[in-house]
Design a protein around this ligand. Structure first.
Ligand SMILES: NC(=O)C1=CN([C@@H]2O[C@H](COP(=O)(O)OP(=O)(O)OC[C@H]3O[C@@H](n4cnc5c(N)ncnc54)[C@H](OP(=O)(O)O)[C@@H]3O)[C@@H](O)[C@H]2O)C=CC1
Length: 252
């Protein structure tokens, strides 16, 4: 097992620690910023250490995950010496070439999109380029999905940007029900149960997404009515346009 360093202990850094700790005791080294969070991780998980600097994270690790926000990358990374290390770049919108140039290195750099569900080791992580060590790391967290180039990577990155819209959609359903006089806690409970069932049905990979939709729908029934009156061609095109716009930003 390789020694893993993580620079940036925010949402994704914390999720990675939690997921990786479940099946390995090899050491994990954390950056010192957000001292309280880093210290809490070190006390919650054996073998997790808080370093004195970002360079110390690199020096102690074989594989270094860069999990700061893209806007913080210059402050967090400028001047770091990473030769001989394997670098994993999880920053949205930051290409491997950009990161290699910032680090002034020709060390191997692999982009990845770990999602918060790596915490439960149930998330497929898109990576580019394919690298056996990085693939093995994300296989432990639910599966690695290597893609051929950064153009394809950006398409997956755009898809990952739809996640909070899904929660907002569910919140809108709950809010509508409350507006109809339903107790908010009842609406909340019902919607969570309804869509947890949807989540479970997604694990049935023998049926396509279109087939799952068809199988849950009665001809002339309520689901067909909402799908065709709300998620009609106009709404579907608006979503495609929003994704096109996001993709253009990600590729800029
Ligand atoms: N959240 C998600 O679902 C996903 C996020 N990503 C990407 O992962 C990266 C991290 O995202 P997320 O965890 O949500 O972001 P967070 O803001 O939660 O975490 C980023 C962390 O980096 C810290 N940080 C900032 N500057 C430095 C520095 N100089 N040295 C060390 N640490 C520093 C921040 O500290 P402070 O708060 O003090 O600034 C913060 O703790 C982003 O680039 C994002 O694009 C990718 C896929 C999914």
């Amino acid at each position: 097992m390789e020694r893993v360093g993580i620079i940036g202990v925010g949402e994704i850094g914390r999720a990675l620690v939690a997921g990786l700790r479940q099946d390995s005791s090899s050491p994990i080294f954390l950056s010192p910023r957000n001292a309280a969070t880093a210290a809490a991780l070190a006390s919650a998980y054996p073998g997790v250490h808080v370093c004195g600097s970002n360079q110390e994270v690199v020096d102690n690790s074989d594989l270094v995950i860069i999990a700061v926000r893209g806007a913080s990358r210059h402050e967090a990374l400028a001047g770091l010496e990473v030769s001989g290390k394997l670098v994993v770049n999880v920053m949205a919108g930051v290409s491997n070439a950009d990161l290699r140039s910032l680090l002034a290195t020709d060390a191997p750099v692999v982009r990845a999109i770990p999602l918060p569900a790596v915490r439960e080791r149930q998330s497929v992580t898109v990576v580019h380029p394919s690298h056996p060590v990085v693939n093995a790391l994300f296989d432990r967290l639910g599966g690695a999905l290597p893609v051929a180039d950064e153009a394809a990577f950006d398409v997956f990155s755009a898809l990952s940007g739809t996640l909070t819209t899904h929660y907002a959609y569910l919140a809108t359903l709950a809010s509508w029900a409350s507006g109809q006089g339903i107790a908010p806690e009842d609406a909340d409970r019902y919607i969570r149960g309804l869509f947890q069932g949807v989540g479970r049905s997604l694990s049935d990979e023998s049926r396509s997404l279109s087939q799952l939709a068809a199988d849950h729908e009665t001809v002339g029934g309520s689901n067909e009515r909402i799908r065709t009156t709300w998620f009609d061609a106009t709404n579907s095109d608006a979503l495609r346009n929003a994704l096109d716009g996001l993709l253009a930003v990600l590729r800029h």
